[in-house]
Design a protein around this ligand. Structure first.
Ligand SMILES: [Zn+2]
Length: 136
């Protein structure tokens, strides 16, 4: 029953149904739901910014922008963003990685690492794209 003091519940977004993008992923023993969003504002759990992806540690979700229609992102592009957000989740759990940053910010370090990982995983067929798609 709803009372005057209860907060309105936000509808829980559905987990990913995008081929090539997992619905759930476990990182350092913590399970995250992977949620795809058609709108960049929906990616931000607080709906303040437009984002390509977001790791929500509290809600244990990784949110990715997919878009729709002729503006829908390719799976390789989403995979790169997913790896970026996985990087943030790993950083959250691993203090030793913070010593590797050097002059780069966490975001810059993760962005470069995610780009290299996405390319390596797809080119070596460790991660296969739906329909045999290729990286550009
Ligand atoms: Zn980032």
């Amino acid at each position: 029953m709803k009372t005057a003091t209860s907060k309105p519940r936000r509808r829980r977004p559905a987990a990913s149904k995008t081929p090539g993008i997992p619905r759930r992923i476990t990182i350092v023993g913590i399970e995250y739901r992977v949620v795809v969003c058609d709108d960049m504002v929906e990616v931000d759990v607080d709906r303040r910014e437009v984002l390509w992806g977001q790791a929500d540690f509290h809600g244990r979700t990784i949110r990715l922008f997919r878009g729709k229609g002729d503006r829908e992102r390719s799976v390789p592009d989403m995979l790169y963003t997913l790896l970026h957000e996985i990087g943030h989740c790993i950083f959250q759990q691993c203090e030793a990685l913070k010593a590797c940053l050097g002059p780069k910010t966490e975001h810059e370090f993760i962005d470069e690492f995610a780009s290299i990982m996405a390319d390596t995983l797809v080119r070596n067929r460790i991660c296969r794209l739906p329909g045999g798609g290729k990286l550009q």
